[in-house]
Design a protein around this ligand. Structure first.
Ligand code: FAD
Length: 215
């Protein structure tokens, strides 16, 4: 697609996130040589049940029309955005609805033989780009904790002492991860709210200014 778009002028470097009153649009290189680009648009749409979302994902014509409606017929979007909307074959479009997951208070079994990490503990909405980062952080910090617990050769001789040591360290790890994930979840939620377009002109202008200054 990039070669077809070479003639399209744009004044921004990629990756670029664009915010406007009909949605947000992100364009990024999709190959290491940057001769291919990809994009995604975040749209607020009416909620539906699971089947409704699946049906929307299969209805490529409706997805194309949703895209055109927001980025061709509404607002004043850069030429690269309108060209992408016009040239993308409907079959290449995918819908990716967000689902929230129930809060899970315990991430480990009672004696720490089963420990959950990553999305299994708390799937984080993609609006902050932090889900994989948190899964990796969970894994890395857990490795430090387990290495510390099992490094003590004396404790290994007494299984109950080893278990106590494991419980002590895991409780501290658990507290640390809960606090960290809560903070990231809060950031992600605020980010998602900021990305939503506002029906009020001044509120939208304030949001766009806030995003502009933040970046
Ligand atoms: C649209 C979107 C955009 C995102 N953007 C970002 C971003 O920019 N930055 C970021 O950091 N994160 C992002 N994320 C979030 C990120 O993808 C996840 O947080 C991350 O993949 C979680 O990793 P995980 O290993 O915990 O789970 P997963 O990646 O879901 O891995 C779980 C694996 O377990 C397998 N599995 C499930 N059940 C079974 C079973 N019974 N037996 C065997 N295998 C099983 C699954 O097939 C899967 O491969 C995004 C997510 C989405 C949906």
């Amino acid at each position: 697609m990039a070669s077809e778009l070479e003639a399209v002028e744009h004044r921004f470097a990629l990756p670029a996130m664009l915010f406007g009153d009909s949605g947000s649009f992100t364009i990024m290189p999709a190959s290491s040589s940057a001769d291919e680009i990809g994009y995604f648009a975040t749209l607020e749409v009416e909620d539906r049940d699971r089947l409704g979302w699946d049906m929307l994902g299969d209805n490529k014509e409706e997805l194309a029309s949703m895209l055109s409606d927001r980025f061709l017929f509404k607002g004043k979007w850069p030429e690269l955005v309108t060209a992408l909307c016009r040239k993308s074959p409907p079959d290449s479009l995918t819908s990716w609805p967000f689902f929230s997951v129930p809060h899970l208070s315990d991430w480990s079994s009672k004696i720490y033989r089963v420990i959950l990490i990553g999305d299994a503990t708390q799937a984080i909405p993609p609006t902050g780009g932090q889900g994989a980062a948190m899964a990796l952080e969970d894994a890395e910090t857990l490795v430090y904790v387990l290495a510390e617990v099992f490094a003590d050769d004396n404790a290994k001789q007494v299984p109950s002492a080893q278990d106590q040591r494991l419980a002590y360290y895991m409780r501290r790890w658990d507290e640390h991860r809960h606090a960290r994930i809560a903070k990231v979840l809060d950031f992600t939620t605020k980010n998602g709210t900021l990305r939503k377009s506002s029906p009020h002109f001044y509120e939208q202008a304030a949001k766009e200014w806030l995003i502009w200054t933040a970046f």
